[in-house]
Design a protein around this ligand. Structure first.
Ligand code: SF4
Ligand code: SF4
Length: 253
């Protein structure tokens, strides 16, 4: 409506249209900041007035509340991320909210300046968080999909302690070479091809590629129980390639 009514609003904002605010992913916000945006604003339909049955605006709200806590955790001012709900007919409200947000971001200054971490440090933090996004979505899936009736309940929906714990308790997956029987089940099921292995080869997880989805842990047959979880400690280095071949008992003779 703001465009049709030729309403004026800040030209410092770049609009990206999506069909539903629920489409905006944690990764999109992270990418915007990583590529130098000083602030991210998400506009969605009013809560409980979703055009679809999905109520994606609640997903967007939960995601923003979570990401604001993550921002504080990594040293980025959470005020740089904002969400507001309005109907498409509320053009004047839209322009007011946008102008207010742009003013706020200008006051905060460019990313990485002032009280925040420097740009290079922030970029390495963004990369750390980016790798953990699938893990965060799995660990927080229930809260991210919830829909609270009372808006006040959202005030402490995600706490700083909870986010600190989320990062300190990050789980890594490791294949115990002594237990792996090279059945290849985990390798076939890994969604990001993070597992190296083959017939009669002890399998190894590439920690750089692993998105910590836990699929290999679930998939490894209990009689082998080769996939282990590691939390709060270093992951053992992968065994050398020349030591990965499994010699089956029947072939030893
Ligand atoms: S945790 Fe997921 S991504 Fe990582 S190795 Fe296992 S299956 Fe692959
Ligand atoms: S599923 Fe378990 S036993 Fe089979 S290859 Fe993977 S880690 Fe090894």
């Amino acid at each position: 409506m703001a465009g049709v009514s030729r309403l004026q609003y800040s030209t410092e904002i770049k609009l990206i249209r999506v069909m539903c605010s629920g489409r905006v992913d944690l990764e999109f916000i992270l990418r915007a900041f990583s590529t130098g945006m000083d602030g991210v604003f998400i506009g969605g339909c009013r809560l409980n007035e979703c055009n679809y049955i999905t109520h994606g605006n609640y997903d967007a709200l939960n995601m923003v509340l979570l990401f604001r806590k993550i921002m504080a955790h990594i040293g980025l001012n959470p005020e740089r991320l904002s969400i507001a709900f309005m109907s498409s007919g509320e053009g004047i409200l839209f322009t007011e909210v946008i102008d207010e947000f742009c003013k706020k971001v200008k006051e905060l200054g460019p990313l990485g300046k002032g009280a925040e971490l420097g740009l290079d440090e922030l970029k390495s933090k963004f990369e750390e968080v980016r790798k953990l996004i699938p893990y965060i979505k799995i660990v927080k899936r229930e809260k991210l999909a919830s829909r609270l009736e009372n808006e006040e309940e959202y005030d402490g929906f995600f706490t700083s302690e909870e986010i600190d714990k989320l990062f300190s308790d990050v789980v890594s997956y490791h294949i115990d070479p002594a237990r792996c029987r090279a059945c290849m089940i985990c390798l076939r099921k890994c969604p990001v091809e993070a597992i190296a292995g083959g017939k009669n080869q002890i399998h190894v997880i590439d920690q750089e590629k692993c998105i910590k989805c836990g699929t290999c842990f679930e998939a490894c047959p209990p009689r082998f129980g080769a996939v282990k979880t590691i939390s709060g400690g270093p992951v053992p280095p992968p065994i050398p390639e020349e030591e990965r071949t499994i010699v089956r008992k029947s072939r030893k003779k």
